[in-house]
Ligand binder design. Structure first.
Ligand code: ADP
Ligand code: ADP
Length: 228
């Protein structure tokens, strides 16, 4: 599903963020990416959704080698990968419904089909009753649930989450985790960068620890392994 082969990333300013990473993530896995600040976690996952390009090495998603992808095929990749951020990144002037519908890649899809799909994913995140609300009328947890709905509306094979609970209180964070687990149980591969020690040590999953731009640990049902 996701393979990195001898991947390196040096930013234009000379910072060496990723220094030779080899990993393989199978379809349907749930993986936490942990590590100290500045370790390279964000860069690691930005490489996966092609927000950054590697300086060296190959990254394959679903048999598609990212570096060989033509610009015009990037939308196709984006449909295979949903992304969720710490700060939600919703469009503030659009309703919940519109934020999700906006992300739906529709090729001459009927209004009824669009509505069915949007309401289906709003149901997954339990927000059907707030379809008409604007983002600022929602709690942080609800906004993150909208962002998750938007990320899965195209039925991607991979969901990437960069600190999805970073701005949320503990109770809301557990709620977000239940939803991510549900999405994972339906077959979507999940890669989640996190500093949430409680969650990693309670909901046990594969843990990839990045330190100094390298894989320091890769454990099945691993633990967080840092103080915080
Ligand atoms: P983490 O997510 O683990 O905190 P990052 O991937 O954000 O780590 O950062 C890894 C290193 O790369 C850090 O030294 C950071 O300052 C640097 N870095 C991150 N993004 C950029 C960028 N766009 N340009 C230059 N350096 C960057
Ligand atoms: P149901 O299938 O449950 O009857 P509806 O399609 O009627 O659902 O819509 C449920 C909610 O989504 C309602 O609050 C409705 O106003 C809202 N909604 C539906 N379509 C849109 C749209 N195009 N823009 C904004 N809100 C919408």
């Amino acid at each position: 599903m996701i393979t990195m082969n001898e991947v390196w990333k040096t930013y234009p300013n000379g910072v060496m963020a990723i220094n030779g990473i080899d990993i393989h993530i199978e379809k349907g896995e749930f993986v936490y990416v942990v590590g100290p600040s500045g370790a390279g976690k964000s860069t690691f996952i930005k490489l996966m959704y092609r927000e950054e390009k590697p300086t060296r090495g190959a990254i394959t998603i679903d048999t598609e080698e990212l570096a060989k992808l033509k610009e015009r095929h990037i939308p196709r990749l984006r449909r295979k990968i949903g992304v969720v951020f710490q700060d939600f990144k919703l469009l503030p002037s659009l309703t919940v419904y519109e934020n999700v519908a906006f992300a739906l890649e529709v090729i001459e899809e009927s209004k009824a089909n669009i509505r069915r799909r949007v309401m289906q994913v709003l149901d997954v995140v339990r927000l059907k009753n707030k379809a008409r609300f604007l983002p600022h009328e929602l709690s942080g947890g609800e906004q993150q649930r909208v962002a998750i709905a938007r990320a899965i509306v195209n039925n991607p094979s991979v969901l990437i989450a960069d600190e999805p609970t970073g701005n949320l209180d503990p109770e809301t964070s557990w709620e977000i985790m239940r939803i991510l687990e549900e999405i994972n149980e339906r077959g979507t591969t999940i890669v989640m960068a996190t500093h949430n020690k409680e969650i990693v040590n309670t909901i046990r999953k594969r843990v990839i620890a990045i330190e100094g731009g390298r894989v320091a640990r890769d454990e099945v049902k691993g633990d967080y392994g840092y103080e915080r």
